[in-house]
Design a protein around this ligand. Structure first.
Ligand code: FAD
Length: 323
């Protein structure tokens, strides 16, 4: 059946996050030929609509409000509900990001709809939309087949491929005014951790260090390799607990869940809680001096050796490829 689908784009530092384009692609599948409307919520975000059209949006609705300059649950929920009210979509797609995880259950509760969360693949089969999502911390996958009309899904970043950029597409964004009231939280100041380089949640290449890295300084070779590969540095909880790095780098069940094209685990044993955050990576390389380490069971390529010898060699070789 044809559906009108509302896709929520996500903005960080006045830039669209890639998951917005992936959500449009998912929205196209859900729409089954129907209209895909993208909602852009924020402040001063009007100028971002062009690439949404180029990635497949049929219409773009912009909600500009000073109280949306920084994400807060109350403000975003109100603005999103007002957009849903105005558009009356039969399907909703949002990224399964920190924002999506916070807002989507609230929206579903208020709309009295179901929610299929953390979807890693979405397709049409037998006339129905079929959503694949991991269960049991990524040890198994389930397929949800949607047989009735309405559909609300959140998609995991880096899993549903975005459509090809089509620069011939364009459009005029529409503006929707919303009222935002009764906020229970206000943001007075945003204090950023000094992180440079690529965003871990959206990185195509992640070099992760574990307790085997042995110290804060031990992360230096990993950082160098990440720079050469235009990737991000991540960590196991072991490394975070040992204070070798910040918890914002933690990958796993209680950290970030990521799906890069290439994941290189360095000095990480491969505990189940760590695997929950990275086992769906497209290619996994493990470097560990213990040949029995559990990480090798999920690795596509395993290197048994000392990470402080192996990583500089890899970095040198990748540097040569770049020249
Ligand atoms: P270790 O298990 O100590 O492994 C270190 C590895 O480094 C070893 O395999 C060793 O052979 C190797 N090594 C040492 N020196 C070198 C060297 N020079 N070269 C190469 N290899 C070397 N963990 C997470 O990661 N993420 C989570 O989200 C998470 N959530 C958790 C939630 C709960 C409720 C619990 C109970 C635990 C959680 N954990 C999580 C912790 C998890 O169980 C493990 O303790 C942790 O992942 C171990 O980190 P590690 O692999 O770095 O350390």
């Amino acid at each position: 059946m044809t559906r009108k689908v509302l896709v929520f784009a996500e903005v960080k530092d006045q830039q669209l996050r890639n998951v917005s384009f992936e959500a449009i692609a998912a929205g196209k599948t859900v729409a089954e030929g129907g209209e895909v409307v993208v909602a852009l919520l924020g402040q001063g975000v009007d100028g971002l609509s062009e690439s949404l059209f180029q990635y497949g949006a049929d219409r773009v609705v912009v909600v500009n409000h000073e109280l949306l300059a920084q994400y807060t649950t109350d403000a975003y929920t109100q603005a999103a509900l007002a957009t849903i009210e105005a558009e009356q979509p039969e399907g909703i797609v949002i990224g399964h990001t920190s924002i999506g995880k916070d807002v989507s259950p609230r929206l579903a509760a208020r709309l009295q709809s179901g929610l299929i969360s953390d979807v890693t693949a979405i397709e049409l089969a037998g006339g129905n939309v079929v959503c694949t999502r991991p269960i049991y911390s990524g040890k198994a996958f389930e397929k949800k087949i949607v047989t009735d009309g309405k559909l609300f899904v959140s998609i995991r970043p880096n899993n549903v491929p975005a459509l090809e950029l089509d620069t011939s597409r364009s459009g005029q964004a529409e503006v929707l005014s919303v009222e935002i009231t009764n906020l229970r939280t206000i943001i007075k100041e945003v204090v950023r951790k000094a992180t440079d380089g690529v965003d871990l949640s959206e990185a195509k290449v992640v070099i992760a260090g574990g307790r085997g890295v042995k110290s804060e300084d031990g992360f230096a070779p990993l950082k160098e390799l990440a720079d050469v590969l235009n990737g991000a540095v991540g960590a196991s909880r072991g490394a975070c607990d040992a204070e070798y790095c910040d918890y914002s780098l933690q990958i796993g069940q209680t950290g970030k869940v990521i799906t890069p094209d290439l994941y290189i685990a360095c000095g990480i044993s491969g505990a189940i809680q760590h695997l929950a955050g990275m086992s769906n990576s497209k290619v996994i390389v493990a470097i560990n001096k213990d040949p029995e380490a559990n990480i090798f069971k999920v690795a596509d390529y395993g290197i048994v050796g000392d990470l402080f010898e192996v990583i500089p060699l890899l970095t040198e070789e990748f540097k040569k490829l770049k020249v």
